[in-house]
Design a protein around this ligand. Sequence first.
Ligand SMILES: [Zn+2]
Length: 261
Amino acid sequence: MKLWLKVVLGFKVCAAALWILGDPHVALIVFFLPDPWVFLQFVLPRQQAFRPAATVFETPRREVWLTIDDGPDPKSTPKVLELLRWHRAKATFFVVGRQVEKHPELARQIVAEGHTIGNHTHTHPSWSFWSAFPSRTAAEIDGCVGALLLADAPFEHYFRPPVGVRNPFLAGELAARGMVLVLWEARGLDGGRRAPAAALRSIAGQIRPGGILLSHEAGIRPEQRLEFVTLLLEHLSNEGYACVLPERGSLRQSRATLPDA
Ligand SMILES: [Zn+2]
């Protein structure tokens, strides 16, 4: 059993003991004490307890890794590809399996234009992936792999869960498949309701060489997401950043492990 799970269960057992011994108030506090920590491990990309996740990469140059989630979609992918071409930028598209099933030609086009593809689950279960058991976690990973194989679109062994939220079984499932968990260092929360200009202001302050950047396409606001990608690429060009595809071996969990840290 993992250490973190032992510690959390230890708190719960202590709480039960306190309850039996007649101190229900303290028992209640002890019972929920580790839960905020567990929650943070799920949602914050820099937290590494559940599974080491790549958030940066090693580079001596002014480079970033642009990642684009939630496609492919005919409403946005061709335009995103055009933007990338214009800026001579390369990106990794973390695609959703069922979207690939609907638009296999777009998955192939992404690769044909020199970009790469990562796995973003088969159905993008934003609200339930955190509680998925091993069989469902595996089905989400393998479903996306199956869609990419059927589409004849080569892909990298990179995985990103929906909204970056992990579950305790994800580590084992990824390890069994030789897959790397890729999260991000910088994001502008462009996937929600935030206006593209505001999202750019938010991400701009977080961008540094070697950073993994999160952006989105498709989804329920494809125009808004596309506008953010447009602004972000312009910003990166203006700031002299190159968007590259880092080698798997250069990926790191945190900036503290980079040579210039
Ligand atoms: Zn997503």
